[in-house]
Ligand binder design. Structure first.
Ligand SMILES: Cc1cc2nc3c(=O)[nH]c(=O)nc-3n(C[C@H](O)[C@H](O)[C@H](O)COP(=O)(O)O)c2cc1C
Length: 362
């Protein structure tokens, strides 16, 4: 296993990463996932231009707590000079553990200006960006890539090598092209190919939805770490399940409904406390409410109500009424309240082995 370029307390075999995700991987969710066993987290991608201009909203994306460490700040942009300036700024002001460069974002607005996966059309540009960022910061610089811009240019090994040769000290591969967006399956064979040739850690990413997937990915690819994005939506406990699978221990089931709601409410409270504008925080939290209630009986009707909530009080009320209507108030036989990473979770999370396996429908 190739060592990571930053300190990782406890040095777990095959570290688990919470993926950078715009609008999702914000500080409250990062802390929640850390409490469930994510070993490393990243900010969502932040525009280098925004950082250099000192935009207020950008500063919000960059804030993090020490308890989130190790954390990487992810930046994107197509101009090596601006990327270098942004890297120097975030290093000085925020002191993250590493700086990650986004070469994967498929969104039109970003690609049009050659940012994100747009850079993959020109490996010379990829090299110049990585070199410029490496020269601008004493922190380890890492890169997150897709397999190529389109099928014709599909060559994850060449892209990974270009990053490495320019000084990247870890490469994460999401093995789809920009043209694939999120369709089809992530090609884990490409993660294996990259892990086989690079002398720096290769982090595998793509389609880890259950604990067992993490184990399968490691077995099939020999990757040095595993990054999870969509599987964690409304299911931060996936990290605990993935760790159990990697350790060869029995994989705990999903938490029962009351425990799930308790986790959801604590997450919402932290989201509101983190945002300056409580109304906006609740509006933006609605997507999480949708994810936390996915697969529940009568879930559609529940979500219709949740998508209209305006404050935390209403969130608690709607979830409470749902439990009344289903008669589901059990919090398991542990019956205690414990603190896990700042989140009070009823009856389970300080000892997450006790997450109960009542089917919640995921
Ligand atoms: C809502 C959302 C936002 C994302 N934002 C980012 C981002 O800011 N930076 C990035 O590198 N990738 C971003 N991604 C891509 C993920 O990090 C990841 O590469 C991709 O979802 C595949 O992993 P998964 O199968 O575990 O979801 C985003 C994905 C989603 C679903």
């Amino acid at each position: 296993m190739k060592p990571l370029p930053f300190k990782l307390p406890g040095r777990p075999v095959t570290p688990l990463f919470l993926a950078p995700q715009a609008g999702v991987s914000e500080s409250p969710f990062r802390r929640l996932c850390r409490s469930f066993g994510a070993d490393v987290v990243l900010t969502e991608f932040v525009s280098a231009e925004g950082i250099v201009r000192g935009s207020g909203r950008t500063a919000d994306y960059l804030r993090f707590d020490d308890e989130e460490r190790p954390i990487g700040i992810q930046i994107f942009g197509a101009d090596p000079g601006t990327m270098a300036e942004a890297a120097a700024l975030v290093t000085e002001v925020y002191e993250p553990d590493f700086v990650d460069i986004n070469f994967g974002c498929p969104v039109k607005k970003v690609v049009k200006r050659n940012g994100g996966s747009g850079c993959l059309r020109d490996l010379g540009l990829v090299s110049r960006i990585v070199r410029a960022v490496v020269a601008a910061t004493p922190l380890p610089v890492t890169a997150k890539i897709r397999s190529g811009f389109d099928e014709a240019g599909r060559d994850p090994v060449a892209i990974g090598r270009a990053c490495r040769d320019a000084g990247a000290r870890m490469v994460t591969l999401h093995p789809r092209t920009r043209a694939d967006m999120y369709s089809g399956r992530a090609r884990w064979d490409e993660i294996a190919a990259l892990a086989g040739v690079l002398d720096v850690p290769v982090i595998g990413n793509g389609d880890v939805r259950r604990g067992e997937d993490a184990h399968r990915m490691r077995e099939r690819t020999g990757c040095d770490g595993i990054m999870i994005a969509r599987g964690s939506h409304g299911a931060p406990w996936l990290f605990h399940q993935a760790r159990a699978a990697l350790d060869g221990s029995p994989v705990p089931g999903d938490p029962d409904v009351p425990t799930r709601f308790e986790i959801c409410i604590r997450h919402a409270e932290n989201a509101v406390a983190f945002e300056h504008d409580a109304d906006k925080a609740v509006r933006e939290f609605r997507k999480h409410l949708g994810w936390y209630t996915k697969g529940l009986p009568e879930g559609r009707r529940l979500r219709q109500r949740l998508f209209q909530v305006r404050d935390l009080h209403e969130v608690r009320e709607v979830l409470g009424r749902y439990m009344d209507s289903t008669g589901d108030h059990s919090t398991g036989d542990q019956g205690c309240s414990t603190l896990a990473g700042g989140f009070i979770v009823t009856g389970s999370c300080a000892n997450p082995d006790s997450l109960r396996g009542a089917p919640a429908g995921r």
